[in-house]
Design a protein around this ligand. Structure first.
Ligand SMILES: Nc1nc2c(ncn2[C@@H]2O[C@H](COP(=O)(O)OP(=O)(O)O)[C@@H](O)[C@H]2O)c(=O)[nH]1
Ligand SMILES: [Mg+2]
Length: 320
């Protein structure tokens, strides 16, 4: 029997129980007291190194993730950086609250790994987490950390603000594009530029690679000088072409991250997460205040002309 107590579950997950790990991730998704208890338990454990992939549906993120998993597991130690023998994969689709078709496709594309004991694949959905997926994902990553995972891949479908936000929780963020990428990314080019550490032009077996690379280079030039200029790579995920180079680029970026120059980014990320949590908590408090007897009393008083909305709000906020 698997326990319900988060502390016991964390202990089991630390010792390798995937069932316990899965239950903790469900806790994280569902919000409420179990989520808070889980978050408090896993907060201090070292988080895994997180590689995020985002890009439009169909750009090849899952196929690339699948290739990367094989590369990482077979290459062993790399340039003196220790090998990863366990990989956690989170698949996130902010456009669908429940596991939809895209995720089913992901499962099929990654099925070789689904039965591999070194790989843990999980689709994330929000079932009530206060801050939605953008806060559930960082919590889930800490749970993976508590379960001793040192490397995680997060695949997020789409290129909107929400997806960018989720992906930017990663240490290395990969934006997956295709030749002729312009249209699908147009709306949020600036946002993607902001978060990308590596641009991958996947489906490089198709026409238009050179133009796409030129577009990207131009965009990067306009973006001005940065400490890290995003790497631009070409891959054909279906044939494995470019996967080794992608892993090398990740390792190179990781070295940059761990050189410490990255502290500011970590701080900005932490600040961002705390802001999101604060917003979520305050919004939830508003939800609590904006109904019930005391609230209706204030509405009555307002209708009678006995108070004004500001005083009414102050009165409600002052309630214990
Ligand atoms: N021609 C070509 N097709 C690819 C390539 N990479 C992926 N695909 C195909 O594109 C489709 C979508 O891939 P998928 O990995 O599910 O994309 P995702 O939605 O971004 O996860 C699948 O049919 C893949 O086989 C590539 O490099 N070249
Ligand atoms: Mg996918």
């Amino acid at each position: 029997m698997i326990p319900r107590d988060p502390a016991q579950l964390v202990e089991l997950a630390r010792n390798g129980s995937r069932t316990a790990l899965a239950r903790l991730l469900t806790y994280v998704e569902s919000g409420g007291p179990v989520q808070l208890a889980t978050a408090a338990l896993v907060y201090r454990t070292p988080a895994p190194y997180v590689i995020g992939l985002t890009g439009p549906p169909g750009s090849g993120k899952s196929t690339l993730t699948d290739r990367l998993i094989t590369t990482i597991l077979t290459r062993g130690s790399f340039n003196g950086i220790d090998a990863f023998d366990e990989i956690g994969v989170l698949c996130v689709d902010p456009s669908s609250p429940f596991t939809g078709g895209a995720i089913l496709g992901d499962r099929i594309r990654m099925q070789d790994h689904a039965t591999n004991e070194h790989v843990f694949i999980r689709s994330m959905a929000t079932r009530g987490h206060l801050g939605g997926l953008s806060l559930a994902v960082p919590d889930a990553l800490r749970v993976l950390g508590a379960a001793t995972f040192r490397l995680a891949l997060v695949e997020t479908v789409g290129v909107g603000q929400m997806e960018v936000e989720i992906t930017s929780a990663a240490d290395t963020t990969i934006v997956v594009t295709n030749p002729g990428w312009g249209d699908s990314m147009q709306a949020n080019k600036a946002g993607l530029l902001e978060v990308a550490d590596i641009f991958v032009i996947n489906k490089a077996d198709r026409a238009g690679v050179r133009e796409t690379r030129r577009d990207l280079e131009q965009m990067l030039d306009l973006g001005g000088a940065k400490e890290w200029r995003p790497t631009i790579l070409e891959t054909v995920a279906t044939t494995d072409a470019g996967t080794d180079e992608l892993w090398e680029a990740i390792v190179e970026h990781r070295a940059f991250v761990e050189s410490g120059r990255h502290d500011l980014r970590r701080r900005a990320r932490m600040r961002h997460e705390l802001d999101k949590v604060l917003t979520a908590v305050v919004r939830s408090r508003i939800g609590d205040l904006a109904h019930g007897a005391a609230y209706e009393e204030q509405i009555d008083a307002l209708l009678r002309g006995d108070t004004d909305p500001y005083r009414a709000a102050a009165t409600l906020l002052a309630e214990p």
